[in-house]
Design a protein around this ligand. Structure first.
Ligand code: HGY
Ligand code: MN
Ligand code: MN
Length: 408
């Protein structure tokens, strides 16, 4: 197939260099989308792409594409990539591994003086995390035509700033239209769960990604004095939220082992120790590989919220702000990943992605697959997130070979 080898040391050094941008005391990174720290990381990635001889394009959602020409420039590119933005308590590998593994593929092709028929592109997608701006993967969603551009640019953070304003502020409001033909897309990523490490497998051949439903809920009761107000007359919005949080967890457990259910963001108003909370805003994140189960979890959530709010006498606004259906990846691309693992004698297993990825949306407009590597203790979205240089290199070699198979 090919004797081109990626340079694992160079990839590891690039990851460690990039991890200095937004580095936190606990060894992770905080690179929220479109902050100055994200800009600094983007600038470094763009510089590295240019040093690797790529032509760099930025589209109107701030997605970055580093392009290495092929012998037939009329062919759509074989693309790889992931995201540069992180969670507030993010790690050194989530997202950025796929971006820099893609860059390493290009660097390795350069070292080998190799040519490909189709162009090769490495991409970095804006606001994959969905932490600062919701929903997650919003820019690959616009690229895939799932969201229109105005929706994407108009997404607001908790301070009311929009993606469009922040892209302009950091200088990444590109000119290029969002969306173009792609011959195939491969994304390398850490598993962010415990399976590969537990089974001592080096490569995850990702066949599918599970579905997700995201909600925003506001409960309205009545502020009152924590002292003179009798318990029986209270309309305590936080008590309502607490019962719903418990129910969300129960809904997840009732649909085990594959269901996931999380309340990750809660805002209490007025958040004063001796005032009964009059309003609570919180989010719900449901996941499952089967759309029907997700629908049943949705119904259970709505029934619970209805019951709790009428028991306590709370007003409620519940909005499902995002639904990303379960994603089957392209069988031929998945096979290319599996064959590359086998050719390199790497232990591997098929796996369903628990996390969402830009590949989920790109798969709507291009044959797509993913390459997973283990992460220590399966921990991610945590500053202690870690992977080994060997696995980082192995995943990148598999990525290179899967891409070359499609690039010709
Ligand atoms: O939430 C997710 O699955 C991804 O990390 N944005
Ligand atoms: Mn990620
Ligand atoms: Mn993530």
């Amino acid at each position: 197939m090919t004797d081109i080898r990626i340079n694992g040391e160079r990839l590891w050094d690039s990851l460690m260099e990039m991890a200095k941008i937004g580095a936190t005391d606990k060894g992770g990174v905080c690179r929220l989308a479109l902050t100055d720290v994200d800009k600094a990381a983007r600038d470094l990635f763009v510089r590295w792409c240019e040093e690797a001889g790529c032509a760099v394009t930025v589209d109107r959602m701030g997605n970055i594409f580093g392009r290495r020409e092929g012998t037939d420039p009329s062919l759509p590119p074989v693309m790889t990539g992931s995201h540069i933005d992180s969670q507030p308590t993010g790690g050194k590998f989530d997202g950025i591994y796929g971006v820099l593994a893609g860059l390493e593929v290009i660097r390795a092709l350069n070292d080998a003086g190799a040519t490909t028929k189709a162009p090769i592109e490495v991409s970095a997608w804006t606001n994959e995390e969905g932490s600062r701006f919701a929903p997650a993967m919003v820019s690959s969603g616009v690229f895939a035509g799932v969201f229109d551009l105005d929706y994407g640019l108009g997404r607001k953070d908790l301070d009311g700033k929009t993606i469009g304003e922040e892209l302009a502020r950091i200088g990444y409001a590109g000119e290029a239209p969002v969306g173009k033909p792609v011959r195939a897309f491969f994304e390398a990523h850490i598993e962010q769960g415990p399976i590969l490490e537990a089974e001592q497998k080096t490569i995850g051949v990702v066949t599918d990604a599970q579905g997700q439903r995201w909600y925003e809920c506001t409960l309205t009761g009545q502020e009152a004095h924590a002292g003179p107000t009798p318990m029986a007359t209270r309309r305590d919005a936080l008590v309502g939220a607490a019962r719903i949080v418990e129910a969300v967890n129960r809904i997840g457990l009732e649909n085990a082992p594959l269901a996931c259910a999380t309340v990750g963001l809660v805002e209490v108003f007025p958040n004063s120790r001796n005032t009964i909370p009059g309003k609570v805003f919180f989010t719900v994140d449901f996941r499952h590989p089967d759309a029907d189960v997700l629908a049943r979890m949705d119904a259970a959530l709505r029934e619970t919220i209805e019951r709790v709010t009428s028991e306590i006498g709370l007003g409620v606004e519940l909005e499902q702000i995002w639904y990303s259906p379960p994603v089957p990846f392209d069988p031929e691309c998945v096979d290319a990943v599996r064959r590359a693992a086998e050719r390199n004698g790497l232990s591997h297993r098929d796996i369903v992605s628990g996390a969402g990825h830009d590949a989920c949306y790109v798969s709507r407009v291009a044959p797509t697959a993913m390459v997973f590597i283990p992460c220590e203790d399966g921990i991610s979205h945590n500053e202690i997130e870690s992977a080994t240089p060997e696995d980082v290199a192995a995943g990148c070699q598999v990525l290179l070979e899967a891409m070359l198979e499609r690039a010709g």
